[in-house]
Design a protein. Sequence first.
Length: 93
Amino acid sequence: MINDINNLAANAYQFYIRPVSMAGGGGSYTGGNGYTIPYKLSSNDNATYTAAVGAALVTFTGTSVTQATPSKVVGAVNNSGKVTFSSFTGNFQ
């Protein structure tokens, strides 16, 4: 799930730096049409993923589909492309 969130963060940052004229955010995660997780990246055999989008930060939450106990990983990408992980819950503590 950590790798998945890193990939989502890279995808979001590419949107952030892409000009609005090229379907990007033009220096904002809320620019243009705003960042959304591509459908094919929103779930896989590991987890389902959601995003909370702000102008300079996208926070991703991955909810495991393999754990019986609700288990989540939360990571965020900032406006410089840096990814930080802030929360591991359930079986991931």
